[in-house]
Design a protein around this ligand. Sequence first.
Ligand code: ZN
Length: 100
Amino acid sequence: MNLLDQLARTTGAVRPESAPSDPGAGAAAVCSRKGCRADAQWQLLWNNPRIHTPERRKIWLACDEHRGWLEDYLQTRDLWKQTLPLSGAPAPTDNGSGTA
Ligand SMILES: [Zn+2]
């Protein structure tokens, strides 16, 4: 446990008005976009170098509709690292392969 890191988290954290809530452990996989209750299809990995160690990854969950919104939100702030399909979620069949 690092006291400085804790301080940074409480005093220097970015708290925009529309900050999505962190998905808690064991919580249902629901989109992190405020007010959205859709099932999450994606996980957005991000890191704030001002308050996180470089290897640390925060994860937001996103439904298809808000994936782009949340990516843009993080990319605008230089926090975005990676977007991955949420493991365990049924993959959308939009890859065009016609075999059933
Ligand atoms: Zn959503």
